[in-house]
Design a protein around this ligand. Structure first.
Ligand code: EPU
Length: 336
């Protein structure tokens, strides 16, 4: 394991904010887990930093997992089990499986970040969520000091939510995941995706074509991470009462979808209606083509300004529509 004191995290976060942590520990072997997580100060786990908003100072230790590997462990008519280490890049896994003729991940193409972050926030896009293809997660249990396997139900997945995300103490460290792929029907019902595939007949449609369509849609709507530093959606789509959603739908036409816990409404639409699209405040730009995404346009902006802008938007949406917005990315470090 490698230890870096007072480490610079600029290249560890996709918003490209200046940030320093007391200690950065890079774990390259399961043997190092106990030592890496045995620390009296707060310990945070960072993947590729594509869903974390870093404050200028992060107290304690940041652990970066650097264990790789991807392999097919079982292939039968029940499906294909694929085992992937947490530090692999998510989109590379999508490409690898599609390249092997294994389908199931096509709708989740081009989502930034590492495999470890995927169950953490139950990544989802274009009508599919990770939990639908996830068999199990192997974790290091910091409380017990051992390695165990959590099955799909143990992970308590919800919309952009899981047991990992709810646990502020970081009890479980995600080491690798097992996916069950290759037996799902193609899912093209998401409106934008359906529109983009118009003209291709259902019978000839391949998983690779679905993946290509998703990539085209994402490139059109979402800013490239390299050129426009961002962390994807800043807020979750809020789930509110059916009555409240219907009232808003009638008043302003907000898109709404039924879910088991209430009615989900489009946060992008509410932000768009409130005139925030394309606004730039303290170096933070609200992306004109998808106002759920904020881009860092300045070398001086920090996580503090990002949170200030997020709060302004949140307060405005609450005062206009009485809808509370919840942040989607994780905030790391001292806020004050
Ligand atoms: N919309 C607007 N104005 C805009 C853009 C969108 O009103 O400028 C409204 C439209 O009504 C549109 C609707 O928002 O039909 C949906 O837009 P989109 O398909 O982009 O979906 P989203 O709900 O805004 C979610 C995820 C995205 C994911 C897309 C596609 C969340 C928080 N975000 O966005 O995920 O790519 O669906 O499935 O659930 C991410 O999590 O970082 C992320 C980018």
């Amino acid at each position: 394991m490698k230890i870096f004191e007072n480490a610079d995290l600029l290249s560890h976060n996709s918003l490209r904010f200046q940030s320093n942590v007391d200690e950065l520990v890079v774990v390259e072997d399961y043997e190092d887990l106990a030592a890496a997580f045995d620390c009296a100060d707060p310990v945070h786990i960072l993947g590729e930093g594509t869903n974390s908003v870093l404050m200028p100072h992060v107290r304690g230790r940041v652990v970066e997992m650097a264990i790789r590997g991807i392999r097919v462990i079982h292939d039968s008519n029940q499906g294909v089990l694929v085992h992937v280490a947490a530090s692999e890049n998510w989109h590379e896994v999508v490409r690898y499986t599609l390249g092997q003729g294994i389908h199931g991940l096509e709708n989740l193409s081009l989502i930034p970040g590492s495999v470890g972050a995927a169950p953490y926030q139950n990544i989802g896009a274009y009508g599919v969520e990770l939990h639908e293809v996830l068999e199990s997660v192997q974790v290091y249990d910091r409380n017990q000091g051992d390695i165990k396997r959590l099955n799909n139900t143990d992970c308590q997945f919800g919309y952009r939510d899981s047991i990992f995300r709810r646990d502020s103490e970081n009890r479980y460290v995600i080491l690798n995941i097992t996916l069950r792929l290759g037996r799902h029907k193609l899912r093209t019902g998401y409106k934008d995706l359906e529109r983009s595939l118009k003209g291709v007949s259902d019978s000839s449609l391949t998983p690779v074509q679905v993946s290509e369509a998703v990539i085209r849609l994402r490139r059109r709507k979402l800013p490239s991470l390299k050129r426009f530093p961002n962390v994807g959606s800043v807020f979750k789509n809020p789930v509110i009462s059916r009555q409240h959603a219907m009232d808003l739908n009638r008043e302003i036409g907000v898109p709404m979808y039924s879910t088991p816990t209430g009615t989900k409404v489009s946060a992008a639409y509410l932000i768009d209606c409130s005139g925030w699209k394309g606004k730039q405040i303290s170096g933070i730009l609200i992306w004109p083509r998808q106002p759920l995404v904020f881009v860092n346009q300045s070398s001086k902006a920090t996580g503090i300004e990002f949170l200030q802008v997020a709060n302004q938007v949140r307060e405005d949406i609450y005062s206009k529509f009485q809808v509370p917005l919840e942040m989607e990315p994780v905030v790391l470090g001292d806020v004050n």
